[in-house]
Design a binder for this molecule. Structure first.
Ligand code: XIL
Length: 374
């Protein structure tokens, strides 16, 4: 009798436990389904919102400036990369293809295929090209760095290089970075192979030859760390002013804008710098912007980064001579930062899966605000 009772109690306990377990798993299943539905709805909402947001390219066009990115030939074979590039940009810079080493590897050998491809791509997609760069102290071929030449020979080498490269794309390159990074942080002229071989005149000669080879192209002096006010930007200012005084064909200054989250330039100083260049009659392009972050980047870092991008675009839009806003790439999937600044990354406006980051939306917002105020 007692055993039968114990049996019944055990059985009903088992049944209740089973019922509880089944109910619990049903509830969990319902919750999962609900969560899944919410995620799908959110994804749909994001897609609709993204579709409703005008592209950077269309906004920049309305504001009368170019928006660009540096590109590599090999990446133009990647469909997602090409899709975003065409959608968002109306200017591109040859990141490496036109540098001396890659394009002129041996004394009488030029390798134009990558640059040809990039420039045709730009033309078929209605984009302007910034040619980068004719005279620099880096990415030079061994025959230049290891050669021993007289001054006359150095001048012939540089002249022939510029005439050939600029001449090949005559009428097709909107702006050239003729001389890149010729000034040290303390404002003195950088000790380069060109300075040693030719003397300080190499700078004006380069501009004169580039102009001779393509009279239509806008010719720029390009540098980093000369965005705001200080010894280096004063030196850049004095250099270009002297060139203009001598009648050298120079049309603009490129502010590279490779900056870090911790040390962005002061926007008012950048504005003042652009203004004094305007008084000389020069254009300014933001030529290589990226804002590197210590990795892994936190959400609040991305928002701070967005604010920096926003301030620089604001400065550019409010300056009458700032005509282009170019970034050194556009997706964190392909950026020079991680390999050149250890511990840093996440410097661009799209993430590694081509999703817009906060910086992208802040740039859109700056353009929209500018257009509604106009
Ligand atoms: C960088 C390229 O992005 C890298 O791929 C290459 O290995 C080194 O040069 N300032 C310039 C650019 O003017 O040419 C540099 O580009 C980045 C710094």
């Amino acid at each position: 009798m007692r055993r039968e009772l114990a049996h019944r109690v055990a059985l009903s306990l088992t049944i209740s436990l089973a019922a509880i377990l089944i109910t619990r798993s049903l509830i969990i299943e319902m919750e999962i389904k609900e969560l899944y539905d919410q995620v799908s709805n959110l994804k749909r909402e994001i897609t609709v919102v993204r579709m409703a947001i005008p592209s950077l390219r269309s906004l920049a066009e309305k504001c009368g400036i170019y928006i660009g990115a540096a590109v590599e030939r090999s990446l133009l074979d990647i469909p997602d990369y090409v899709y975003t590039l065409k959608q968002e940009f109306n200017m591109l810079t040859t990141e490496n293809a036109l540098k001396f080493g890659p394009v002129h590897p041996e004394p009488n050998v030029y390798s134009f295929s990558d640059a040809d491809y990039i420039i045709s791509f730009a033309e078929s997609n209605g984009m302007k090209v910034r040619g980068h760069t004719l005279v620099w102290h880096q990415q030079l071929p061994a025959w230049v760095t290891q050669g021993r030449y007289t001054r006359e020979e150095w001048m012939n080498i540089l002249r022939e290089h510029i005439m050939t490269v600029v001449g090949r794309y005559r009428g097709r390159i909107y702006a050239w970075d003729v001389v890149n990074e010729a000034i040290n942080d303390d404002g003195t002229l950088r000790d380069t192979i060109w300075l040693r071989g030719i003397g300080p005149e190499y700078i004006e000669l380069a501009f004169r030859w580039a102009h001779e080879a393509d009279p239509q192209a806008l010719l720029f002096y390009n540098d980093y760390g000369a965005e705001g006010l200080g010894v280096k930007s004063d030196a850049v200012y004095n250099l270009v002013k002297n060139l203009l005084d001598k009648g050298v064909p120079i049309h603009g200054v490129g502010l590279q804008m490779h900056i870090s989250l911790e040390n962005p330039p002061n926007p008012q100083e950048v504005a003042a710098n652009i203004r004094r260049l305007n008084e000389l009659g020069l254009e300014v392009h933001i030529t290589e912007m990226d804002v590197r972050i210590r990795t892994p980047a936190r959400w609040e870092d991305l928002v701070k980064q967005a604010e920096i991008y926003r301030e620089i675009l604001k400065v550019c839009l409010s300056a009458e001579n700032c005509k282009a806003f170019v970034m050194w790439g556009f997706t964190d999937r392909y950026s020079w930062i991680p390999s050149h600044f250890s511990g840093y990354g996440s410097a661009l406006i799209f993430d590694e899966t081509y999703k817009p980051k906060p910086a992208y939306y802040y740039l859109v917002a700056v353009f929209l605000e500018y257009l509604t105020r106009k």
